[in-house]
Write a protein that binds this ligand. Structure first.
Ligand code: ADP
Ligand code: MG
Length: 483
């Protein structure tokens, strides 16, 4: 179809959920809700004469992520000064890692909707510190240094991603890994995880890469997807019209759904990197790596495979249920009290996700709308025949609106399935009496009138008859009449 192929590499910044900052004992607070400048100290303010100390918890968290991404952990990593001036960077340099990052050469496999799997190479993942935040109000610029010095992990992929969909799947999976490891909660709207795509397009006759642009300040996975689609289309058009693409840093205009140039890059930025003289190199023994590896929890791929093997779920359902930590935990909560795992998967991925989508609620908030143990009880009531499937859907809608338990809703609304043989026989007698023609047809050998008779009895029971019991009773009665 198209002669052009998207070439995308991602740079992801993830704050680490440590107790204290990267280079001091200053506590880490929620940078959105905490009052400004309440979690600062001389080190994170960059006051002269202060000395940084490496946060061991941050190093181990970063190592966990490196291992989860199948990276090599070199025997030595080292911090370096990256010099630039910006008001939210009080020292005039950021402590980062340069030529000796903590982890290198990893991979992450992603499952795409066309059924293929792509392996995305991870170039490196290194530790650094976050900057403060500038806020511009009424002609003033204010700075909040709470975030300055918060441990930050920067993950860089090779340009192995070839569609907006693949970038989205990669970002979701990486986010899930960070959540499973407990090192980041993945909230892009709060900026604790930031994903920046580098985008270019390649013509089928090209032998090398073309000029790329980079999109910054994306606050959701949705805008990551949209900005890539937009930028790829824009670049193809620009090349085809002969105008060409200039290397640039772009922003994403959420209202207009388009990328906008922030600045053109004529040459590579010069940061004057040099080894941080105030910190020792970090020596990583193989014993240390193995100790950290032993602490890794079950990760999304392993959980997906376990759901497939132990519960007989399809690969697709298992992927969906493990793509977010909160969803996997929800699912495990639904089946904890004995609900059938396959039925539970269907109720969650079908009915519950349908309601979440309809009301624009994130999947990770499902438990706030319908507690997992309540959905588990509903799944059991349908599977054991207390109510039928259609009634179950009605009850779930009611649970969604009221937060009630399925037992209470069924009782209050008289929705219980009718398994009372007396009631079924009465309805059956009435329907057979009113439909003598159909009964005669059946006796004469027309088996196909069974369905319509069954339907009429179910209608007589208000749709709540236990289908198996109704069928059994009707079969017995009709066969007795055939003689
Ligand atoms: P540096 O920061 O040293 O300039 P690179 O430019 O090699 O590093 O890579 C930065 C990011 O851009 C990486 O994620 C990489 O995969 C991606 N990238 C590099 N070249 C291209 C390209 N032509 N098109 C799209 N992404 C690219
Ligand atoms: Mg960086």
């Amino acid at each position: 179809m198209s002669d052009w192929k998207p070439i995308i590499g991602l740079e992801i910044h993830a704050e680490l959920l440590t107790q204290s900052k990267m280079f001091s004992a200053c506590p880490v607070v929620d940078s959105v809700t905490a009052p400004p400048n309440t979690a600062v100290d001389p080190v994170s303010l960059g006051l002269p004469g202060t000395l940084p100390v490496i946060n061991l918890e941050a190093v181990e968290m970063a190592m966990m992520v490196g291992l989860a991404l199948n990276c090599e952990i070199p025997a030595i990593n080292q911090f370096a000064r990256k010099s630039y001036f910006y008001p939210d960077l009080p020292k005039g340099y950021q402590i980062s890692q340069y030529d000796r990052p903590l982890s290198v050469r990893g991979t992450l496999d992603i499952d795409l909707s066309d059924g293929t799997t792509a392996t995305i190479r991870v170039r490196r993942a290194h530790l650094e510190e976050d900057t403060g935040k500038s806020v511009h109000v009424d002609g003033y610029s204010l700075i909040d240094y709470n975030r300055a010095g918060v441990p930050l992990l920067e993950i860089v992929t090779e340009p192995d991603i070839h569609s907006a969909e693949a970038a989205e799947v990669f970002a979701r999976k990486l986010r899930a890994i960070l959540q499973y490891l407990g090192v980041n909660d993945g909230d892009m709207s709060k900026g604790v995880m930031r994903v920046e795509p580098n985008i270019s397009v390649m013509h089928k006759d090209d032998t090398g890469y073309r000029t790329r642009t980079e999109v910054k300040n994306l606050n959701s996975i949705r805008s990551l997807f949209r900005s890539i689609e937009y930028e790829v289309a824009r670049q193809i058009k620009a090349w085809e019209s002969g105008e060409g693409v200039r290397q640039a840093t772009m922003g994403w205009d959420e209202a207009k759904q388009r990328t906008v140039v922030q600045r053109y890059k004529e040459s590579a930025d010069e940061y004057r990197y040099f080894p941080e003289p105030d910190l020792p190199v970090v020596e990583v023994s193989r014993e240390w790596v193995e100790r950290v590896r032993a602490r890794l929890p079950e990760l999304p791929d392993a959980k997906r495979d376990r759901f497939i093997n132990s519960f007989g779920l399809s690969r697709y359902d298992a992927s969906v249920l493990t793509a977010e930590k909160a969803v996997a935990t929800y699912y495990e909560g639904v089946i904890a009290d004995g609900a059938n795992p396959k039925s539970a998967a269907n109720w969650i991925t079908g009915n519950l996700f349908g309601l979440l989508n309809r009301d624009g609620i994130e999947r990770e908030s499902a438990a706030e709308k319908v507690a997992p143990e309540k959905l588990g009880a509903l799944v059991k009531m349908v599977d054991d025949g207390t109510i039928n499937k259609a009634t179950g859907v009605t009850v779930l809608n009611d649970m969604w609106e009221t937060g009630g338990t399925p037992e209470d809703i069924v009782k209050a609304k008289g929705l219980g399935q009718i398994s009372d043989t007396g009631a079924i026989e009465a309805a059956l007698a009435k329907v057979l009496a009113e439909n003598a023609r159909l009964v005669e047809d059946y006796i004469a050998g027309k088996d196909k009138v069974f369905g319509p008779l069954m339907g009429k009895i179910m209608a007589e029971l208000g749709g709540r008859g236990n289908p198996a019991l109704v069928k059994e009773t009707l079969t017995r009665e009709l066969n007795a009449r055939r003689g």
